[in-house]
Design a protein around this ligand. Structure first.
Ligand code: 5AD
Ligand code: SF4
Length: 434
């Protein structure tokens, strides 16, 4: 029988990108399609972090109505964090949805799929005892591109006052080191040269003694695995061993996403971040002592309840002091069930807009400066795919800049030294070093 077609739309973070791959692999008898119109099943792998992301899911579901009318056998599923947060309610609000599966339950998808084929509607948003990764079939051996995500940790125990993650993804769970190593070895056999270890709080990974630094060193011993990155980290979990690994583990790339959220001590406290701006700056100093050329990135929230103009200015000062290579900034969005959503002093939308645009202008300036500082330097590029111009290849540098250079297609999957010749808004241009 010809395989059925599965269309997955992924919202939100890299952990969802990884989960989408694993869900597709978990569903026997399906192959992925990029065209929702030819799909037998559509899965929306959703994000609940901000209201906009969550509401988009409902408007996208509405847009699937004509597809389902034209093809009544089409099955529609909602996965990910909106599924976890809203569960059954999704079925009530959206009668066209057949299946709702939370991020901790997707190993149960095959059974749910069989149920919906009989006309039932299926919901599973439990936090089961069993480890979903261990219940999933081994990953396919098929050849794949040179970079991959690998989830090593899920959940969060930090309870930042604005964040739904501790509720949607649950408590922190670390996958065991041997299983992660086995998956990494499989990825390398399939052609992967760079893995990004993923976790909501990845540097809190504690699957073996020595924490994430020990895991990085274990994976660095795999022949053929050339580069390791990890994301996302909380400042309070950057331990000495991990900082040291940035200094002496050549396969650990000089790039670190270390969200600070705000530069104001009062706001940080209200956010329950459990560190001050000064703590963060001292940490950055220690990391840069270990690895002077490390590129730092961050997340920021503007307009957290009660944030004053002066407190927002403190965020701008921190940005100037750190000098980020790039960063994400968001307007505060009240999330159901989180402590901050109930607080007084919600900031007016036009004030948030103004703060966001000032912060983004400053961050863009920082990104431009970081890129321009690369011009004239030699960096290493892992080539991934042909560029838009004939004869060109695109890849990522050690610092995760997109770089294009004239290069033969055979270089896909290989790392080469490249001299950077120019900086464009979101990428660099370079020439292979002979
Ligand atoms: N409103 C705005 N941004 C948020 N983030 C998390 N929760 C919220 C919220 N309620 C941002 C944080 C986090 C990133 C993934 O999303 O900056 O680091
Ligand atoms: Fe959310 Fe804070 Fe946990 Fe990050 S550390 S996932 S922002 S609660």
């Amino acid at each position: 029988m010809a395989p059925k077609k599965l269309y997955i739309k992924t919202y939100g973070c890299q952990m969802n990108v990884y989960d989408s791959e694993r869900m597709a692999e978990a569903l026997p008898g399906y192959e992925r399609t990029e065209d929702a119109a030819e799909a037998d099943m559509v899965l929306l792998n959703t994000c609940h972090i901000r209201e906009k992301a969550a509401e988009k899911v409902y408007s996208d579901l509405g847009r699937l109505r004509p597809l389902k009318d034209a093809k009544p056998d089409l099955k529609i599923g909602v996965a990910g964090c909106v599924a976890q947060a809203e569960g059954e309610e999704i079925l009530t609000r959206m009668p066209l949805v057949d299946l709702v599966v939370g991020p901790q339950s997707y190993h149960r998808l095959p059974a749910m799929e069989r149920a919906v084929q009989t006309g039932a509607r299926a919901v599973d948003t439990e936090f089961p005892e069993e480890d979903k990764f261990e219940k999933l079939a081994a990953r396919p051996k098929a050849k794949r591109g040179p970079t991959a995500f690998l989830t090593v940790q899920e959940g969060c125990d930090k309870f930042c006052a604005f964040c739904v993650v501790p509720y949607t993804r649950g408590a922190e769970v670390s996958r065991p080191a041997e299983r992660i190593e086995a998956e990494a070895r499989g990825l390398v056999e399939a052609g992967v040269r760079e893995v990004t270890l993923l976790g909501q709080n990845v540097n809190a990974w504690h699957g073996e003694a020595g924490g994430l630094a020990a895991l990085v060193r274990r994976l660095a011993a795999i022949d053929g695995l050339e580069r390791i990155r990890y994301t996302t980290s909380h400042p309070n979990d950057m331990d000495e061993a991990l900082i040291a690994a940035h200094g002496d583990e050549a396969k650990l790339m000089p790039y670190l996403h270390l969200p600070v959220q705000s530069g104001s001590d009062r706001v940080l406290k209200a956010m329950n971040r459990k560190h001050t701006a000064e703590d963060y700056l001292r940490l950055v100093e220690r990391i840069r002592t270990a690895r002077p050329d490390i590129l730092l990135t961050s997340d920021f929230i503007v307009g957290f309840p009660g944030e004053t103009d002066a407190e927002f200015e403190e965020t701008l000062s921190l940005v100037r002091e750190v000098g980020y290579g790039s960063a994400f900034s968001f307007k505060y969005s009240p999330r159901p069930g989180t402590p901050a959503a109930e607080r007084k002093g919600q900031v007016a939308p036009e004030v948030m807009d103004e703060r966001l645009s000032r912060l983004q202008a400053l961050l863009t300036e920082g990104q431009r400066a970081a890129q321009e500082a690369m011009v004239g330097k030699v960096t290493h590029v892992l080539f991934e795919k042909p560029g838009r111009m004939p004869g060109q290849m695109i890849g990522k540098s050690d610092h995760l800049f997109a770089v294009h250079a004239e290069a033969p297609q055979e270089l896909a999957g290989q790392i080469r030294p490249v001299r950077i010749t120019a900086s464009a808004p979101n990428s660099l241009a370079g020439a292979l070093v002979a």
